[in-house]
Ligand binder design. Structure first.
Ligand SMILES: NC(=O)c1ccc[n+]([C@@H]2O[C@H](COP(=O)([O-])OP(=O)(O)OC[C@H]3O[C@@H](n4cnc5c(N)ncnc54)[C@H](O)[C@@H]3O)[C@@H](O)[C@H]2O)c1
Ligand SMILES: O=C(O)[C@H](O)COP(=O)(O)O
Length: 401
C-alpha cells in the first residue's frame, strides 16, 4: 500500500437509511467497513423505500444501493450527473411479490375477506344456529374460479414473468404487454404467454390485470380513465407495482360504474380506503424474511465489488462493466458520454508516463464509465488533471488488491 494516500486508506463508511437485513450488513468485512445510520459523509448509502434526493450528495459519496427493485424514491438523475451509480437488486424480491399476487388473485375472486368478517359477527349464536345461518347465507359470498380465465400481465420483467408462469400453472390463459422487454426477460418468459401489441388490446381481453412495471414519468397514471374505459366489465385489477401508476380517482369511478369488480393494491390512499371492492395492503410485496435477506445480500455484494474494484453490476443509471483484477493500480473514471473523452484521459496518463495494462470503457445514455489498470501508481497530480477534464464527473483510485 506504499504511496497510498492515508485519506483513501480509511474505512469505507456505509450509511443505512432503512432497516436492512443483518445477513446483508454482515457481508461488509469489519476490517474495511463501518456500517451505521448516522454518518454525515458516507462513502455509500444503502436503503429501501427511504426518499433520497440531491441533498445527500457530497464529494465523497461513491454509490447508492437500493435493496429492492423500485428506484422511484431516489432522484436518480442528480446522482448520475454527479457520477454516482445507483444500484438495485433485480429479481431478489420477485418470488415474494409473486406469492402475494397469488393471494390477491384469490382474494379478488372469492368471498374470503367479507366471509371472514361476517363469520366473526356471528359470535352471539350457539353452534346449531351458527351452522344453520352459515348454510343459509353462504351464497352471499359466492365467487369465481381462476382456471380458464385470462390474466393480463403489464410488465414482463423479473416479477411479471414469475407471475405469468404461476398463472399458467393455475390453468389461466396469460397475455402480456411490455413495450421495453429486454432480451433476457424474453428468454425467461414461458412460451404460452401471448404478447399484446398495446395496453388497450390487453385491457379488452383480460379478466384480471396485474401490474409489474416501474413508476416512471411515462407510466404515471397509465391506468387512468382511458384505460379503464377499455376494460372488460367486471375486471379485477392488481397493483403490486407502485402508487402513481394507477389514477386512484379513475379507479374509484371504474369501481362505482362496475367496470372494475375489485381493486387489490399494495398502495392504500385515503380516497380508496373505504370503498367496497378495494383490498389495500400496507406495501407488503417484498416483506418476507427471505426477500429482505436476498435483497440485502445482493445490494451489499454489489456495493463491495464497486467500492473495492470499481465493477458495476445492476446499476440503474450506469453501464454494466466488470474487469477482472490482474494486478496493477486501478482507476475508475466517469464522464459525460461525449466524443474525445477517452483520448483525453489516455493523454493525461501518457503525459505522466503511466502504462495502461488493461482497460474497459462502456457507456449508457448520457454517462460513460472507464476502468483503467496501470502498471504504476498514479499520483495526486494525475488524479487532479483527470478530474479537471471538461466532462469528467468522477475520478477514483481503487484500493490495491
Ligand atoms: N409491492 C412491492 O413491494 C414491490 C416489490 C418489488 C417490486 N415492486 C415494483 O414492481 C416493479 C417491477 O419490478 P421487477 O423486479 O419486475 O422489475 P423489472 O425491471 O425486472 O421489470 C419491469 C418490466 O416493466 C417493463 N415496462 C417498462 N415500462 C413499461 C410500460 N409502459 N408498460 C409495460 N411494461 C413496461 C420493463 O420493460 C420491464 O420488463 C418495480 O419497479 C417496483 O416498482 C413492488
Ligand atoms: O420496489 C421494491 O423493491 C418494493 O417496493 C419493496 O420496497 P421495500 O423494500 O420498502 O419493502
Amino acid at each position: 500500500m506504499a504511496g497510498w494516500p492515508a485519506r483513501e486508506l480509511r474505512m469505507f463508511h456505509i450509511q443505512t437509511l432503512n432497516q436492512i437485513a443483518v445477513c446483508g450488513l454482515e457481508r461488509f468485512p469489519r476490517e474495511r467497513y463501518e456500517v451505521a445510520s448516522e454518518f454525515s459523509q458516507p462513502d455509500a448509502i444503502l436503503l429501501r423505500s427511504h426518499r433520497l434526493g440531491a441533498e445527500a450528495l457530497h464529494p465523497g459519496l461513491k454509490a447508492v444501493a437500493r435493496a429492492g427493485a423500485g428506484v422511484n424514491n431516489i432522484t436518480v438523475p442528480a446522482f448520475t450527473a454527479a457520477g454516482v451509480p445507483v444500484f438495485n437488486t433485480p429479481g431478489a424480491n420477485a418470488n415474494a411479490v409473486k406469492e402475494l399476487v397469488l393471494a390477491a388473485l384469490l382474494l379478488g375472486s372469492r368471498g374470503i375477506l367479507p366471509g371472514i368478517d361476517w363469520v366473526r359477527s356471528l359470535t352471539a349464536l350457539d353452534e346449531q344456529a351458527m351452522h344453520a345461518t352459515i348454510e343459509a347465507e353462504k351464497k352471499r359470498f359466492r365467487g369465481q374460479e381462476l382456471t380458464g380465465r385470462t390474466l393480463g400481465v403489464v410488465g414482463l420483467g423479473a416479477i411479471g414473468s414469475r407471475v405469468a408462469e404461476m398463472a399458467l400453472g393455475l390453468g389461466m390463459q396469460v397475455i402480456g404487454f411490455d413495450p421495453a422487454l429486454s432480451v433476457d426477460a424474453a428468454w425467461r418468459l414461458p412460451h404460452q404467454v401471448r404478447r399484446m401489441e398495446s395496453l388497450p388490446a390487453l385491457m379488452a381481453r383480460a379478466d384480471y390485470v396485474t401490474l409489474h412495471l416501474p413508476l416512471l414519468e411515462s407510466t404515471r397514471h397509465l391506468l387512468g380513465r382511458e384505460a379503464f374505459s377499455q376494460a372488460r366489465p367486471g375486471m379485477r385489477l392488481l397493483n403490486f407495482a407502485r402508487d402513481g401508476i394507477v389514477d386512484d380517482a379513475a379507479a374509484l369511478e371504474a369501481l362505482r360504474a362496475g367496470r372494475l369488480a375489485a381493486y387489490l393494491t399494495d398502495f392504500p390512499s385515503p380516497a380508496l380506503m373505504r370503498e367496497p371492492g378495494v383490498v389495500a395492503l400496507p406495501h407488503l410485496g417484498a416483506s418476507t424474511g427471505e426477500s429482505e435477506e436476498n435483497c440485502a445480500r445482493m445490494a451489499a455484494d454489489q456495493l463491495i465489488d464497486f467500492l473495492e474494484h470499481g465493477n458495476i453490476v445492476n446499476a440503474v443509471n450506469f453501464p454494466t462493466l466488470v474487469l477482472e483484477r490482474s494486478g496493477g493500480h486501478r482507476l475508475a473514471v466517469s464522464n459525460r458520454n461525449v466524443p474525445k473523452m477517452l483520448g483525453q484521459l489516455l493523454s493525461v496518463l501518457a503525459d505522466a508516463n503511466l502504462n495502461v495494462l488493461d482497460m474497459l470503457n462502456r457507456s449508457r445514455e448520457d454517462i460513460a464509465y472507464n476502468l483503467l489498470d496501470l502498471e504504476t501508481a498514479p499520483d495526486a497530480t494525475v488524479l487532479t488533471r483527470l478530474a479537471a477534464i471538461e466532462g469528467v464527473v468522477g475520478v477514483r483510485r481503487l484500493p490495491p488488491v
